[in-house]
Design a protein around this ligand. Structure first.
Ligand code: PBG
Length: 327
């Protein structure tokens, strides 16, 4: 026997020379939840995650950045009293997100601050877009009127100092519209990270619990993608690229590694993948029960997502993974 692949595995030194994928803190983006109250509150539906006050957010973001994570993405928990059918709070310049962005950029100018563009935290219907009730009682999520709202929201975040805006709503045409809005208002340096292939996934459940943002009625299947479809993801990516996206995203990550790999082949743009709340929670709960080694599994899943073709990964493990990788 002269063909022995094991020769390339015989020592840590050789394994490090032949390693094809290296996960690094520099690849990670930390999602952070923020609320308007005082105090930092543990999130029941997502053990290990916190709804930060503005002060707590600034402190946590600073420590995350110091651990080597270059970027954070903000998700606001908005008081029920501020939600409305028109979701107007989404572009209030004194709203929670613009205040958080200003505080973060002032305290940590080098930290990349990404904001989520979608109406669900602000919409009393809990949908990512504006909702119209039909004669038969069903709900219709309106595309073009929603895109107008998303443009206002993106502009509001850009004016507060966001480095990147990240539309997660899946309305058609929103990338071109947001790009045009930002450019015509002097924000041509603000980047767009598009949730291009966002699936209608059961893995978002814990996140909706964290923000009380579950749809009040219906589901998101008329705008988020069918988990059964792959070619459609490539079409979404090509459209977003032609509309001016700077980076594209696949979400969720772990159950969609084939999509990440195919998107990687389809576009020269940077590809992001989002390891979502349900993926995080499955690892955390199995680890808490003592069934698996949570740290090893978390790092293995992140390496797998990178190996599939992701340049960057949004993950609730970002800070912890950065600290583990440093050890
Ligand atoms: C909403 C949004 C969702 C997530 C990020 N932005 C939930 C949804 O689409 O219902 C999910 C993130 C996660 O589950 O970790 N625009």
């Amino acid at each position: 026997m002269h063909l022995r692949p094991r020769r390339n595995r015989k020592s840590p030194a050789i394994r490090s020379l032949v390693r094809e994928t290296v996960l690094s803190a520099a690849d990670l983006i930390q999602p952070l939840f923020v609320h308007d109250g005082t105090g930092d509150v543990a999130i029941e539906s997502m053990p290990g995650c916190t709804r930060w006050s503005l002060d707590g957010l600034v402190r946590e973001a600073g420590e995350t950045h110091a651990a080597g994570v270059p970027a954070v993405v903000l998700f606001p928990a908005v008081a029920e009293s501020l939600k409305s059918p028109g979701a107007e709070e989404a572009w209030n310049p004194e709203g929670l997100v613009p205040r958080a962005v200003r505080a973060l950029k002032e305290a940590h100018p080098e930290l990349c601050v990404i904001t989520d563009i979608a109406l669900d935290p602000y919409n009393s219907d809990g949908h990512d877009g504006l909702v119209e009730r039909q004669a038969d009682g069903s709900l219709k999520v309106l595309n073009d009127p929603t895109v107008d709202c998303l443009c206002r929201q993106a502009l509001c975040h850009a004016e507060a100092g966001a480095d990147v805006v990240s539309p997660s709503d899946m309305m058609d045409g929103r990338i071109a519209a947001i790009r045009h809005e930002l450019d015509s208002c002097g924000h041509d340096e603000v980047s767009i990270l598009s949730y291009s292939a966002k699936y209608a996934s059961a893995f978002y459940g814990p996140f909706r619990g964290a923000l009380d943002s579950a749809p009040k009625a219906g589901d998101k299947k008329t705008y988020q993608m069918d988990p059964a479809n792959a070619r459609e993801a490539l079409r979404e990516v090509m459209l977003d690229e032609s509309e001016g996206a700077d980076m594209v995203m696949v979400k969720p990550a772990g159950p969609y590694l084939d999509i990440i790999a195919r998107v990687r082949e389809t576009t020269a743009l940077p590809v992001a993948a989002y390891q979502v709340s349900g993926e995080y929670l499955m690892i955390e709960s199995a680890a808490a029960a003592g069934w698996v080694d949570g740290r090893a599994i978390a790092l293995e899943t992140l390496t797998g997502i990178k190996r599939a073709g992701a340049d960057m990964i949004l993950t609730y493990y970002a800070r912890r993974a950065a600290e583990w990788l440093r050890e």
